[in-house]
Design a protein around this ligand. Sequence first.
Ligand code: HEC
Length: 190
Amino acid sequence: MRPLMILAGLLMAGSAVAQDAEALKIDTRKQAMPVVPKVVGMMKETIKAEGHAGAIPVCKEKAPSLLKAKAKELGWNMRRVSLKTRNADRATPDVWEATQLADFNIRAANGESPASLEVGEVMTRADGKQVFRYMRALPVADVCLGCHGGAGQIEPDLQAQLDKSYPNDRATGYSVGQIRGALTVIRPLP
Ligand code: HEC
């Protein structure tokens, strides 16, 4: 093959991957994201019925277990990550995730709506298998402030509970519209 033809072939292969990534991003969003409004709705209802302290299990157990159940159903890996974790054991990002979270903050600072920040990439793992990695920002809403807000927004009783359960809590001091973290997905490709 002549060099130009090789170049054309490479460009075409490149755009096929880009198209696949775009289609995968749309499909991954469609399948993974409905868990988020479900958790937020549950959070609002529980806070109304039982106050903030009563709603701790929604962010602590319900959110991770709903994500786990959905991931199991799909055969994917799904969890929450943050650059300022409350539960570092569960939510510490890997290098790729930390890079994307930092990029989300930059994109938001440049005017992108935090609610629609997402990224998706086809990657080859060390064992040679391909995966699709997807992340979507989780922005701070009013309902989050009682447990992730600044001084004065977290009730003293609740603060005492948080201090006890999470001595290294870094997930406070947020305001509405900031990025609390992200939903992260690893989807095996055939
Ligand atoms: C009732 C208290 C409460 C409210 C309200 C709350 N959270 Fe949380 N959040 C927690 C607790 C407790 C954890 C630690 C969970 C764990 O142990 O894994 C947490 C953890 C998280 C994490 C996982 C990363 C980390 O820091 O460990 C994310 C992401 C998160 N919250 C986002 C939100 C968002 C977004 C909202 C609002 C829609 C919200 N939370 C509202 C209590 C709350």
